[in-house]
Design a protein around this ligand. Structure first.
Ligand code: GTP
Ligand code: SPV
Ligand code: MN
Length: 674
């Protein structure tokens, strides 16, 4: 199947709606002179245009039309087998200084990078059509909404952008004629789809993205990770809002009380599934609705955070999607869907691993080869995806178009962790929540090229997407917190903890409602919890586990904190902060760093002295039980002068604080006890 296709020649009335903004015209002209396409196609987003482009894409063998009865108005695309996921190693943030890009990004010098990319783009569109795709990110009437123009030589990208963004006339209108208006310039060329000439480059200061050599997903739908997250996060910090890798969902109780929550899970860790959750039978009357499944733009209004979904469609993981795991996703992708890298059955239907029912006896796999259930290879690529309009979603939230966004009651962080992390816990406050987000880790997935299953720190699920220095990003979170009079509560979840048998302890999917319910209870101040060294933990009876087919001992394990695992975890946090360099971990964060280090103290001190905090209090070491708890939790009080009275040993809090001094993290005096 083709990725690169020759120029098309549209009839009059199609592809000729030039915008009136001179800055856009000048820029397109400049790229045209460089890339030398056969012609320029100006997209307007009309249905006539779509029908024409689909017909051309089929003719050019870029798309295969699927069975009209089984999946109406839907198509299959196969990418180059060398080009199946985001390429983090070839993704660059091109800021004037390396410091601005920070320790977690690949940096390259802007002027040099421009000239290298210009070299690659020279004549690159020879014999091809240059498409100009105007689009907006955000609801049309939102103050957060941004205009972008993407130039591309891929008809598949145009057809995908039509689904994923509000595309065409709406963007041209919003931009207007002011040549000084803010808009994002995106240039994409397939070149020859060679991994050796694949670069995804961001120039935040110029609001510009240049992506070459790929035809896949987040590398080329420049609206998504490139604009809405990397450039978006840069603009957000400058302009005082937040651009996050988060789903947004609404949850309504049978009594009609509604909350919205936003959740940051790394790529392929369950955002789309959580955003479309169907509560189990026991939760009759509860309703979950989707605002967004991947990206949240949030602003402060009346001391609260309000979120919009800047996207218009879902680019979701296909394998594992079934009527059993995610019925709403299945209903969403039954029609008007663009599939990439799934298998094609003999009756032109689509198939993938984990779909309901038995596998087909024969199919064509994602590479275009014959496949049978005996084949060793997977029929669908593990990162095969659907692009589907959000309006296909049967549980689309009614406020999805609301310009001001929806008020966020809770923020949830979560990763894919086989061990250590409990099913759910709540941070003590915003700053501790920022710490939880900053130290998040997850096992890597097929969403990016590279090894799968390795635990890596992925702060706020933004490691591949933060468009500037991660230390400044953490500080931005702290600053936002200071401006919130009614901040969302912050939680951490882990659907992926495994038992000794290597199987998931938690059934996940719809049953995640039980965790969501507890989170809502906490927001409503009605849910029970116990204070633990790492945050507020539910006891098994605080969760509604009715009709759940999970053994009690598994629930206890899911909610448990293993001290040995946590010692390793905290060492991992420290190593991570060290790897960022002390410059990145600025004063505000240092204060939070003390938090869980203090938590380590509680774990450690308890072990060394062989007593609980109650015993410490009873022993009269600390003036009040409240102070004791906070001292232990925050790592204060024991610093420096105090040795453990009973054992005479240096307490572990001394050690961890020493360690922090050692790695150069500045220690700040603790906040007052609250
Ligand atoms: P991106 O689109 O890459 O950002 O991914 P995502 O975060 O939206 O992840 P998605 O919901 O597509 O889920 C990714 C994979 O995790 C799929 O194979 C799901 O079946 C699986 N998954 C999602 N939720 C759960 C869960 O609660 N438990 C388990 N065990 N697997 C889950
Ligand atoms: C992700 O990897 O987080 C995705 C898929 O949402 S992609 O758009 O390819 O980045
Ligand atoms: Mn994502």
């Amino acid at each position: 199947m083709k990725n690169i296709a020759p120029a098309i020649s549209p009839p009059t009335g199609i592809g000729d709606s030039k915008p009136g903004n001179q800055a856009v015209l000048d820029w397109v002209h400049e790229v045209e002179l460089l890339a030398k396409p056969e012609n320029v196609f100006w997209c307007d987003g009309s249905e006539r245009e779509r029908d024409y482009l689909l017909q051309e894409a089929i003719k050019q063998n870029v798309l295969i039309k699927l069975n009209e009865k089984k999946v109406p108005r839907s198509y299959l695309h196969r990418s180059n087998p060398n080009d199946v996921a985001r390429v983090e190693q070839f993704t660059f943030i091109c800021t004037p200084t390396k410091e601005e890009a920070g320790p977690t990004n690949n940096w390259s010098e802007p002027a040099e990078t421009y000239s290298k990319l210009q070299g690659l783009l020279k004549g690159a569109m020879h014999g091809r059509t240059l498409f100009v795709v105007p689009y907006i990110m955000g609801p049309p009437d939102s103050p957060l909404t941004k205009v972008g123009f993407e130039i591309t030589d891929s008809i598949y990208v145009v057809l995908s952008m039509r689904i994923m963004t509000r595309m065409g006339e709406v963007a041209v209108k919003r931009l207007g004629h002011d040549p000084a208006a803010e808009w994002n310039r995106g240039v994409h060329s397939l070149l020859d789809v060679d991994p050796a000439r694949r670069f995804i480059c961001h120039f935040p200061q110029d609001n510009t993205i240049i992506s070459v050599g790929s035809g896949y997903g987040g590398n080329v739908l420049l609206s998504k990770k490139c604009l809405a997250l990397r450039i978006g996060s840069y603009l957000a910090r400058k302009q005082g809002w937040m651009a996050e890798h988060m789903l947004i969902l609404g949850v309504e109780s049978p009594a009609g009380k509604k909350h919205y929550v936003a959740a940051a899970f790394p790529s392929a860790c369950g955002k789309t599934n959580f955003a479309m959750l169907i509560p189990p039978k026991h939760f009759a009357g509860w309703k979950v609705t989707t605002v967004g499944d991947d990206i949240a733009w949030m602003q402060i209004r009346d001391g609260r955070l309000f979120a919009v979904n800047p996207e218009n469609g879902y680019f979701g993981v296909v394998p594992g999607t079934s009527y059993n795991s995610n019925p709403n996703a299945m209903k969403s992708i039954e029609h008007d869907t663009l599939y990439t890298n799934v298998a094609l059955t003999d009756d032109d239907d689509v198939w993938w691993e984990g779909k309901d029912g038995p596998p087909p006896k024969h199919a064509i796999d994602w590479k275009g080869n014959d496949w049978t259930p005996d084949s060793k290879e997977k029929a669908a690529h593990p990162n095969s995806r659907f692009a589907t309009p959000m309006r296909n979603n049967p549980v689309l939230d009614p406020n999805v178009e609301k310009g001001e966004g929806v008020p966020i009651s809770a923020i949830i962080f979560g990763g894919r962790r086989s061990n250590t992390m409990p099913l759910v816990f709540q941070s003590f406050d915003w700053e501790h929540g920022v710490y939880l987000g900053a130290t998040m880790a997850s096992e890597t997935t097929a969403a990016a090229t590279g090894a799968v299953g390795q635990v890596r720190r992925d702060p706020m699920a933004m490691l591949p997407f933060c468009g500037y220095n991660i230390g400044d990003y953490f500080r931005h979170w702290i600053e936002i917190g200071k401006r919130l009079t009614n901040p969302p509560l912050i939680f951490n979840v882990n659907w992926f903890r495994k038992g000794g048998d290597g199987k998931f302890l938690w059934p996940g999917f719809g049953d995640n409602m039980r965790v969501l319910k507890w989170i809502i209870d906490r927001c409503e101040k009605s849910g029970g919890a116990v204070e633990s060294p790492i945050g507020w933990l539910p006891s098994p009876h605080d969760l509604d586990l009715a009709d759940l087919d999970v053994e009690h001992k598994c629930v206890v394990e899911l909610l448990g904190i293993d001290h040995e695992e946590w010692k390793k975890e905290l060492a991992g946090h420290q190593k991570f902060f060290e790897s960022l360099g002390v410059d990145a971990v600025l004063l505000d964060l240092a204060r939070i760093v003390v938090n869980p280090m203090g938590a380590a103290c509680l774990i450690g001190a308890g072990e060394i002295a062989g007593r609980s905090e109650d015993e410490a209090y009873a022993a009269g070491d600390i003036a009040s039980q409240e102070a004791c708890r906070h001292a232990l939790l925050l790592g204060v009080g024991m610093c420096g002068e105090r040795n453990d009275s009973r054992s005479g040993q240096q307490s572990s809090s001394d050690q961890s604080l020493d360690q922090m001094n050692h790695c150069g993290i500045p220690l700040v005096k603790m906040r007052p006890l609250s």
